[in-house]
Every structure is written in C-alpha cells, then in structure tokens.
Ligand binder design. Structure first.
Ligand code: AHR
Length: 489
C-alpha cells in the first residue's frame, strides 16, 4: 500500500551525491584533461562529455578531494599559476606524482558548471587548524581579508560560498588512526574556527563518521560534541565480499552475487542503528546522517594499477544502487546526504573513460532513473515481500520506495534482486487516483552484462509497460535482477 496523499519527510536531493578523489583516473583523465588538450573537448580542462552526462544525472553535490587523499592534501599547493605549483606524491593511491594542476579554483568552478554543490573534505590528519580556517576564508569571504584578497589575486572575485565541509575523513584509519574520544576533541577545535563568513546559507560541518557497525563512534560524537558545532555525522560502508579477496567485478559466481546483495542490504541495519543512536542525543533529527562513501568494491581489472581501484560495473552494481538508494529514501528523515564512491573510473563509477571515449555504467542509469525522487516527499509504503532463496539462505527479493514531487507526480522505484525469478508486486495506491503512468526498466540478459567502449549501450533503460492498474491497485511483474521506476503524469 502507498499512501499517496501522506508523507512528512523530504528526500534530500543530496542523497544522490557523488565523490571525486585524487585517486587513479578519477580526477586526472576522468574529470580533468588539462586546458591545453586539443583532442578531448573541454571547458577549462574539464571534459565536456562528463559535464553533460553529470548534468543529465542532476548531480546535486560532489565531495572532493578525498577520501584518504584529503588528509595529505594542502590546498595552498593547488592555487596560483599552474606552472609554479609544487608537485605531490599520492602516497595512498599508486604512489604517482601529481602536478597539482587541478586545485580549489578548478574544482569549485567545475561544480558551478555541473550545477552541483561542492562538499570540501578538509585535512585534519596532517593539516592545521589555521590551514582549514584559511581555506574557509579563501573560498567563502567576500570582503577584505588576507585570504579573500589572495583569491581575487588568483583570478576569482566572488566567493564561492561553500556550504558543505568535511572535518577529516576516516579519522579512525587513514585520517590519523585516532580513537573517537581523541577525534571528538580535535573536531571541536577545528569546527570552532570555521566561520560561515556571513554566508546566509550557513556552513554545514560533517564529522568523519564510523565505519560499518561502529555505533560507539557515533555515540561519542553525538554525546561529546556540542550540537552548535555539528551539522552532520558521517558513515562509510562498502559492499565487499572479503577485504582479502574482493572477487571480480565481472565473472562473479552466483554465490558471490548473493553475498554482495547480502552486504548491500545490510545498509538498512546500519542506517537504522546509527539513527537510533543519534535519536538518543538529537530526537528532533537536526543533525544529518551523511553516508559519504558507499558502493561495491571488487578486485581491480587485470593489468591495471592496484592502487587505482579501476573496476567494471555490471547489472550487479545496478542492484546495489537500486536497493541502497531505496534504503536512503526510506530513511530520509535522518539520512540527509550520501556520496557514491566514486564518480569516474574508480570503484562503483557512474562513468568510465578511455582517452577520448566515455561510457555510462548501469549504475549511472539507476541514478538517473531515480533522480525523480530528489527533494520529493517520501511516501509511506507497505507491501508483502518475497524471499530470494539461495541454498540455505534467503534475502528479501524486493526493495521499493515512493515519493510525491512538488508538481504532484508520484514516483515508485522497485528492484528485484532475485537471479532467477520474476516477482509480482501489488501496490494499493490510496489517497490519489493515479492516471497515465509511464515506466522505465533497467534489465539485461545476464547479471554479468555491462557496457564497454565497443558496446556502450548494451545495458540501457527501456520503456516499461508490463504493469496493470485496476481499481487503484498497480500490479507489476518485475523480471529477475532488474530496476523499474514508475512515474505518474
Ligand atoms: O573510496 C576509496 C577510499 O575508501 C577512500 O579514500 C577512503 O576514505 C575509503 O577507505
């Protein structure tokens, strides 16, 4: 049952956010090919095909420059004349030397082209309080001040007014191997010196959050940090088979598929339990749970640099995206932002590039089909789920979320993760007489199917008509491993 005339919570568009780290070919070769590149059409060095594809996706925000890289990054090295910038060695990812040609101006100007809110992840691990407070002043202060003047001198008059800031990344690990008690103190110190510089949109500070089920981490951050200094608390969770052997991105077994789905569906438990901890200290749900890294993580493609995390993207990834986004939608009351890792050529990417070629992955198509939910009102939903059985184990086969956008249209996204069985779902739509429903489906002949540079449209959404609407009940037959979105006109 869907109560189409009810719903209290808005699905923040920022749940559909992305992440771009200086890692492998995400920035260099992915987003950025350099201003002097005459082979690949670009605007100030940023690929035009990428900008167009991400605008189509309605990308709401982009997190940068890391990840683990963020806690080695000194923003001052990436401003000013490019020929004079120092190089840096990317110690986390492949040990490659970068020339710092993609820096703060490049990223923030690119976000303007994308129509996306920037989300800057600051260096706590090897940076200083002054370095961060100067960065905030540099990008956000419109008056006369040392950093604002430096920005103007570097060619940008108007402040970018960046709202979203990460105060460290994975501070329990690559961000400094801290205890949460230590980090909570450090967080308070850094956050105190971050001003909004009169920006009426304010500043939204996101604390580096827990990994997986570390509920103690969330508890201490919520308990020990004054809420006047904290707008969001992070959470990182990847769908990984085993960290020692993550399995192949293509050519996985049915067993591995089932386990990946089990891992992906665990997001429901993690979000629920971290939210419960947050509720204890913030019953009014003012502080957001920010899942700023999520997605499938496999072994790298053969012959590629192990530090570049390049992997293909199949219908299995479409399943991860479909069920995870439904979970976030259904927890819209607490989950205010999420960032799929990572946008281009890294982990569960939405775009892959090879020199001047670019392809869209099955995950891209799911994100695009689901973008109708952005900023819509979440609708309460109840339905009888069915089991996806594999050997002695079972998982819920179906995942659904629904919303009503401002123009009154209803959107229902559905996933059937079962590898073999089609599943029928019946949804009684209450409170609204739905007419003229259109649908799209992402499905393919094999769960291993993916797009390649030679066959870029093997997996692409198609029109979907295999549903019936009678007496207020929609009956939909969902094929195995497929994603469907229905929209009322
Ligand atoms: O997304 C790749 C890496 O995964 C990030 O740099 C880090 O934050 C996480 O461990």
């Amino acid at each position: 049952m869907i109560n189409a005339d009810q719903g209290k919570h808005q699905i923040s568009k920022h749940i559909y956010g992305h992440f771009a780290e200086h890692l492998g070919r995400c920035i260099y070769g992915g987003f950025y090919v350099g201003e002097d590149n005459t082979e690949i059409p670009n605007i100030d060095g940023v690929r035009k095909d990428v900008i167009d594809a991400l605008r189509e996706l309605k990308i709401p925000n982009l997190r940068w420059p890391g990840g683990c890289f963020a806690d080695t990054y000194h923003w001052q090295d990436g401003i000013g004349p490019k020929s004079e910038r120092p190089t840096l060695v990317n110690t986390w990812w492949g040990g490659v030397t970068e020339d710092n040609s993609f820096g703060t101006h490049d990223f923030l100007n690119m976000c303007e082209q994308l129509g996306a809110e920037p989300y800057l992840a600051a260096n706590i691990g090897s940076g200083t309080v002054r370095e961060l407070s100067d960065w905030v002043q540099y990008v956000n202060h419109d008056g006369q001040s040392p950093m604002a003047n430096l920005r103007v001198q570097n060619g940008r008059d108007e402040a970018w007014k960046v709202k979203y800031w990460g105060v460290g990344n994975e501070t329990w690990g690559c961000g400094g191997n801290m205890t949460v008690e230590y980090y909570a103190n450090l967080y308070k110190q850094y956050a105190t010196f971050m001003s909004d510089w009169g920006n009426t949109r304010g500043i939204y500070r996101i604390a580096a959050g827990a990994t997986n089920d570390d509920y103690h981490w969330t508890e201490v951050m919520m308990r020990d940090v004054p809420h006047s200094l904290l707008e969001g608390v992070g959470l990182h969770y990847y769908s990984v088979l085993e960290w020692t052997d993550k399995g192949p991105a293509v050519g996985f077994s049915d067993e591995q598929y089932f386990t990946t789905m089990k891992r992906a569906l665990r997001m429901e438990e993690l979000v629920t339990r971290h939210s419960t901890v947050m509720d204890k200290y913030d019953p009014e749900k003012k502080i957001g749970l920010i899942v700023d890294e999520w997605g499938g993580w496999y072994n790298v493609e053969e012959g590629t640099n192990p530090g570049f995390l390049y992997q293909q993207n199949t219908m299995r990834d479409a399943m991860i995206a479909g069920v995870t986004l439904n979970i976030f939608n259904n927890h819209a009351e607490r989950v205010k932002m999420a960032n799929l890792a990572q946008t281009i050529n890294v982990l569960q990417a939405v775009i892959l590039t090879d020199e001047n070629k670019m392809i869209l992955t099955p995950t891209y198509h799911v994100m695009k089909m689901y973008n109708v939910h952005q900023d819509a009102t979440l609708l309460p939903i109840m339905f009888d789920n069915v089991d996806y059985v594999h050997g002695d184990e079972k998982l819920p086969a179906l995942s659904v979320s629904a919303s009503r956008s401002e123009d009154g249209k209803i959107h229902i996204s559905m996933v059937n993760i079962d590898l073999e069985k089609s599943q029928t779902i019946k949804l009684n739509i209450r409170g609204m007489d739905l007419k003229d429903i259109t649908g799209s489906i992402l499905s393919s002949g094999s769960v291993q199917d993916h797009n390649t540079f030679d066959n870029p449209d093997r997996v692409a959404p198609k029109e979907f008509k295999d549903f019936k609407m009678s007496k207020g009940i929609i009956t939909v037959e969902i094929p195995p491993y497929s994603v469907i979105v229905l929209n009322s006109k």
